[in-house]
Write a protein that binds this ligand. Structure first.
Ligand code: IPD
Length: 260
């Protein structure tokens, strides 16, 4: 897929993600954002399913026959062809409690790599977007990772889920704080990752995250000059991986914190 086609698809992803976020917000306002539990601290609302259905229908009409993998409805991950990777609502726990820290993530994978994507937030109205070779933007304006060089000035988000042993999360958070960084844990991995790409955060570290949470953010972050771990490797689409993003000058420090 050439650069122009990737940029065209990025723009489509950005428009669809923003529309999907508006749909989810409308459903919540109508009282259809109440959560049930898929497992401990694993929330699902009626809006998650409806938003993924919306994205699948629109992508199916625009790109007939292309594969789609989504958090709620699954999908096939085999082959090198284009694959759309969707998180209809990332930060569902915040969404279900009436908070604003949630987003819709639409990523595009080609040849097994994350190559383009968009992450849209409803309030504030923000669309992060990127495509390989064409840069990364927030609401159309170019973004860059933070220039931070000193870990004692850094703000680092540490993502949490019950997919990894709790002790590992505790140790990671302790290492980040012992290094002198300020700690955050905001409940939306996709937002934490793109906020690192645009320099609001100096790092995002998580011991395991799923492909739908991070595919779009990875394509955006690489274009924003962010340090990123090799997330789109191995069996990442089906099984996820550990992830680290950060200010480029802090790369070695953050990598050591993630791996220790
Ligand atoms: C979760 C959130 C959370 C991250 C987890 C994700 P969900 O996604 O992004 O911040 O730490 O790894 O599973 O359940 O809100 O879509």
């Amino acid at each position: 897929m050439d650069r122009a086609e990737l940029a065209r698809r990025r723009d489509i992803a950005a428009g669809l993600a923003a529309e999907a976020a508006a749909l989810a917000a409308r459903m919540r306002a109508e009282g259809r954002g109440t959560a049930s539990l898929k497992g401990t601290q694993d929330f699902l609302t009626e809006a998650d399913g409806a938003t993924e259905r919306f994205l699948r229908d629109r992508l199916g009409a625009l790109f007939p026959g292309e594969a789609v993998l989504g958090e709620e409805m699954g999908g096939e991950v085999a082959g090198d062809g284009p694959l759309w990777v969707l998180d209809p609502i990332d930060g569902t726990s915040n969404f279900a409690r009436g908070g604003d820290r949630w987003c819709v993530s639409v990523g595009l994978v080609a040849g097994g790599r994350a190559v383009a994507g968009a992450v849209a937030r409803h309030a504030p109205s923000e669309v992060f977007a990127g495509a390989e070779g064409s840069g990364a933007t927030l609401n159309g304006a170019p973004i860059r990772a933070a220039p931070t060089e000193d870990i004692t000035r850094a703000i680092v988000e540490v993502g949490w889920s019950l997919r990894s042993p709790l002790a590992g999360f505790h140790r990671l958070a302790e290492r980040v704080m012992a290094a002198g960084a300020g700690l955050r844990c905001g409940g939306s991995g996709a937002l934490g990752l793109v906020e690192t790409a645009c320099g609001r955060l100096d790092g995002y570290l998580e011991l395991h995250i799923n492909s739908w949470d991070a595919a779009a953010a990875l394509a955006i972050a690489r274009e924003a000059g962010c340090w990123t771990t090799d997330f789109d490797s191995g069996d990442w689409l089906a099984s996820g991986n550990p992830i680290g993003f950060g200010a480029p000058a802090l790369a070695a420090r953050l990598a050591a914190l993630l791996q220790a």
